[in-house]
Design a protein around this ligand. Sequence first.
Ligand SMILES: C[S@@+](CC[C@H](N)C(=O)[O-])C[C@H]1O[C@@H](n2cnc3c(N)ncnc32)[C@H](O)[C@@H]1O
Ligand code: SF4
Length: 470
Amino acid sequence: MIAEARQNYLDSYLGTVPEAAAYLGNIAELPEAVRLAGQLHLVDPSTPAAALAETSGLSPKEVEALYAGMQTDGLYQKLVTSPFYPRRMMHHMGASTQRDWAADPEYAAKVLKGEAVAPRNLEVHATRGSCDYTCTMCLWSDKTDKTYRTLNLIDSGNGLMQTPDWITVFKDAKELGTERIVFSGGGEPMLNKELFGLSAEARAMGLQTQLYTNGFGLRKSTEADWAEAVQMEQIRFSMHSPTPDIYDKIVEMPEHAEALPTVANNIRELIARRDAAGASVRVGIGFVTQALNYHQIEEMVDFAHGLGVDFINLRQDEVEVTRELTDAERRQIAEQLISVRERTLRGDFGDMYVDMSDDMTAMANGLQQTVRSVGACSVTWLRPAISPYGLLAPCDLRAEPRFYDKGYALGNVRRETLPIVVANAAGRTVAANCAQCMPSGRTINSVMDKFSVDQAAGLPYDKQPFLARQ
Ligand SMILES: C[S@@+](CC[C@H](N)C(=O)[O-])C[C@H]1O[C@@H](n2cnc3c(N)ncnc32)[C@H](O)[C@@H]1O
Ligand code: SF4
C-alpha cells in the first residue's frame, strides 16, 4: 500500500515533466529498485547516495552504477535541463560544482576538508551604503529602522570601504581562489562613481565581473564607464514592471523622474554600445514577483524581449518582505508561467533565455516542493558578501541591515584583511537554519551537503550524477 502510494507520488511528480516519459521508458526494463532509486533522485537530486540506497534497497555500488549511467545518458540530461523540471536549478548547481572541482581538485580538496578558501563568486557591496530607489520588496534595508547606522554596522573609526580597500580585497580573493566579483548591494552599486574603475581593476587581475543594478544611474556614465561596462561578464537590471505606473509604485520614484523609460533607454544604449564594440557583456533583467506586479509576468517577458536583452530571471519575493499572495493570485502567476513556457518553446522570445526559479517551475506544474533541510550552511564559501563597511557575512542577507545578525558576522576585511577573515571562517560551522534563507541558498546547502556526506561515505565528487560525460 505504502509502496503503491509512493509510486503514485513519484509518477505524478515526474508526470509533470514531458521529457520524463522517454527517460523512464528507457529504464523500464531495469530492476524495480533501480527505477525507484532513479525516480527518487529526480524528485530530490540532493538526496545522499546512502539514503537513496536505503530507500530503494540497492547497494552503494549499485547506486554508484546508476549515477555512472546518468552521467552518459542523453535522455536523463534532457530531462534534468528541461524547463518543466522543477529541480533544474538544483541539478545545475550540482553540475557546476562537479565541473569546477574536476578542473581544480586542489581547491575541491580544501573545500571538503574545511580549509581556508575564498569563494569562486565573491559578492561585494561597493556602494555608498544607500540607494536612489526605495523598492517595496527590497531585502537590503527598510531605510528607517533597519539601516547600517541604526544597527551600528558602520565600522566606527573607518566608515565606507574605499577604492584601495576594495582593490586589496580583490587581490587577496584572487590569490585564495576567487574567479568572479559580483557587484551588488547593500544599496545601489552605481551610486559609487568609482564602480566601473573597480571592475576594471578586478578584470586586470584576471577576475570576471558582474553587476546587479537598478540601472537608473547608467545614463550619467562617462565614456570610460561605458567602455568598461561592455567588457563585464554580465549586467543584470532589476526591473519589476513594464509599465511606468506600477514601476514607480514599486521603486517609489516620482512620475516626473521618468524612471522606467530612463532605465529602458540605458539598457538599449548598453546593448548598442556592446554590439558596436564587438564586446560580449551578457545583459539581462531580474524581475521579482510581488503583490503589485504578479499579473505582469508575461507582459514583462514581452517587454524584456522588445528591449533585446539576453535573459530574464523570474523570481518570487524570496524573503517575503511583501505581503503573501492569495491562492487566486498564485494561480494567476502559474497561468502566466505556463503561457510563457509554451511561448518560449514556440520561439516567441527568440534567443532570449527565460529563466524561472525551481519554485516557480513547480508552481507552473501545480506542485508544491520543499528543499531538504541540512545542518551546515555552505553559502559561506560559495557566495558570501562584503558590506560597504567591510563586514564579511555568509550571504548577502546577513551582510545587509534588514537581516543582519551579529552571530553570523565572520569578520571585517579591512580591519583584519580577507585572508585572516577567511581563515577564521574556515574553522567555523554556520548553521543552516535561517528562517529567511533564500531558496537558492537552501538549494546550494542541500546539494553541498550531498557532496560532503557522499564523499565521507566513499563516493567521490567525480562519481556524482550531475555532470554530463560523453
Ligand atoms: C538588493 S538589490 C541591490 C542591487 C541593486 N540596487 C538592484 O536593485 O539590483 C540585489 C538584488 O536583490 C533583488 N531583490 C530585492 N528584494 C528582493 C526580494 N524580496 N526577493 C528577491 N530578490 C530581491 C533585486 O531585484 C536585485 O536583483
Ligand atoms: S534598487 Fe536595489 S537596493 Fe535599491 S531599493 Fe531597490 S532592490 Fe533595494
